[in-house]
Each structure stands twice: as C-alpha cells, then as structure tokens.
Design a protein around this ligand. Structure first.
Ligand code: ATP
Ligand code: MG
Length: 178
C-alpha cells in the first residue's frame, strides 16, 4: 500500500519546534528516508545542525539543508520588500522540491513565522499542501501557525512555554539554541 504522507505542524510559544523537526529528520534519515530541510528564516549564527547534517551526508547522501530566507525580524520592517522576495523564492524552491519526488520528508522551517509576518500569503502555503504528492511527509514549523494551516494538517503539536531561561537573562547558548 502506498504510504500516507502526513502534514505535520509544530507551533506554539515554547522552545522545541525546530529541534523536534530536526529530531524527526534524524529518525527519518536513519530509517532510510530522504530528507530535505528548507529554512525560511535563516539566522546569523552557524548552526550545530548544519555541521551534524554535513557529517551524516558523509555516511549517506540522502539528507540536505538549505537556507533560503534572509533572517527577518520585526526590527527589519524597512527591508521588508527584500524579505518578501526571499520568502517567495523560498516558496518556489519548496514547490519545486515537493514536485520533484526526490524526497520522502521535507521540513519547511519557520514557514509559519513567514506567514505571520506577511512575507507569504496563507493561501500560497495552502496551495503547496494541496499539491503535495501522497507519500511525502511535510513538516511546517514556527509559532502562530494560521488556523487554516492547522485545519489542513494531519498532526499538530503546540509547544507551550512553561519556563525559558531567556526570562532570567540567560543568553542563547551554542549547542542548545544554535
Ligand atoms: P528551537 O530551535 O530551539 O527548537 P523553536 O524553533 O521552538 O526553538 P523559535 O520560535 O524558532 O523556537 O525561536 C528560535 C529561538 O528562540 C531559539 O533559540 C529558542 O531557544 C528561542 N526561544 C524559543 N522559545 C522561546 C521563548 N518562549 N522565550 C525565549 N526564547 C525562546
Ligand atoms: Mg524554530
């Protein structure tokens, strides 16, 4: 029987959305699935996961990660048109990879955040979900997932903030946050 690919959403205001997606990537890759991670909002730091994925690639080249967006923050309102262009380009890339049949699991990291800040229209993301080939698993991460996206998904997890050391002034730490 053909696999039933899932649309999976990780949202909410607690930590763990991207790291849970990376954990899934690890599990899927280890099970022989081909995994692609597209980052819609890239940050400035060098991420530990990029080094880890490079190492995995050396073992079996069926995992990839690409940084597409520009790292939008609320303070960046002035450069919003550039961010919109980058997010749209990322969406086109996602569309191409989804159609390609080259992957079993694709993670669209921070795509919910890109919608939340008006870089992408929710309708464009819904269009992407509609076109998904049946066997493909698709993961969408980012806080404030739109209700339409939650409705369209098969599996939705909300990370809820209980406590975060940021509130105590502890800065982001290598290996934990990036
Ligand atoms: P992670 O990548 O650690 O799984 P995330 O994907 O759930 O985090 P994002 O909304 O993408 O969270 O935010 C990314 C960064 O913000 C991470 O460094 C994370 O530790 C931090 N962060 C997440 N949730 C909170 C929070 N509630 N308060 C402060 N910082 C947070
Ligand atoms: Mg994240």
């Amino acid at each position: 029987m053909e696999r039933q690919g899932l649309v999976i959403v990780h949202t909410g205001d607690g930590k763990g959305k991207t790291t849970a997606a990376l954990g899934l990537a690890l599990r899927a890759w280890g099970s022989g699935l081909r995994v692609l991670i597209l980052q819609f909002i890239k940050g400035g730091q060098s991420y530990g996961e990029l080094a880890a994925i490079d190492a995995l690639k050396g073992v079996r080249d069926t995992i990839g990660v690409r940084q597409c967006g520009l790292g939008f923050t609320r303070r960046d309102e002035k450069r919003k048109p550039e961010h919109i262009a980058a997010a749209k380009e990322a969406l086109r890339e996602a569309e191409k990879e989804i159609d390609s049949g080259a992957w079993d699991l694709i993670i669209l990291d921070e795509i919910n955040y890109a919608v939340k800040f008006g870089l992408l229209a929710v309708g464009d993301v819904l269009g992407l979900l509609k076109k998904k080939p049946r066997p493909l698993h698709l993961v969408l991460t980012g806080r404030d997932a739109q209700p339409e996206i939650v409705d369209a998904a098969d599996l939705v997890t909300e990370m809820r903030l209980v406590k975060h050391p940021f509130a105590e002034g502890v800065k982001a730490q290598k290996g934990i946050e990036f």
